[in-house]
Design a protein around this ligand. Sequence first.
Ligand SMILES: [Fe+2]
Ligand SMILES: [Fe+2]
Length: 253
Amino acid sequence: MNDLMTASQKMDALEDKLMADLDNAIAVRSRLFLLAEGDFTMPNGAKLQQEHPGAKMLMSDDPRLPKMPDKPTLMDFFRLRLAPPMHLLQSARHAKVAGMPEHVVLACLLHDIAVLGFIRSDHGYWGAQMVEPYVTEEVTWAIRAHQALRFYPDESFGYAYPDNYKAYFGEDYQPEPHIERAYQEARAHKWYGTARMICVHDLYSFDPDVHVELEEFEDIVGRNFRQPDEGLGFDDSPSAHMWRTLRQPTKYL
Ligand SMILES: [Fe+2]
Ligand SMILES: [Fe+2]
């Protein structure tokens, strides 16, 4: 790896190295979860059958993870799959204390749901897709747009470029062209302010000493998130598969 590689090239190189390091016949890790903090290993089916005739591949809930109800709600996912969701709770609290309307508080509560439960890369896009069937178009749009807006200051909202980004990505980091295009598009959009508010309330939401209870947002979620009767993952919505993957991340197929 070197400094001239893009983030996705680095990720590919890292993944190639990891795949080469691992003996495929012993353990192939889920590509998604290589990128997350969990240590989930997945045996190779053919090899397992040779060594342990009759052994079955996991095709249901992983017993190492907290058991989920048959018809899980958003709150169940927060409690059982996104823990600890303190960054989201602090962000939503910050927006609420600032007197933001409920849809903005909800957008803050959900803005990094992909990072916490699914995948970091392009998390604004993944997160927006996950919640799209259940929230307003404006909330979905704002979550998607925060992916790009994070990298661009707007003093009129009191949003400066985050100091930690300079350390994380280098002083000279320039967002990729598609992010620049998304930013320009978002700036001209009628819901720009909603997405910008996610960034404003996000910045103050990494304090390890602030504890916020999930229950504080139960009412706002109840009024603003269309919980499917069948449970998230089982309602045949366009993003149901994403919720199922969160529930069963190590399912063999
Ligand atoms: Fe984010
Ligand atoms: Fe965030």
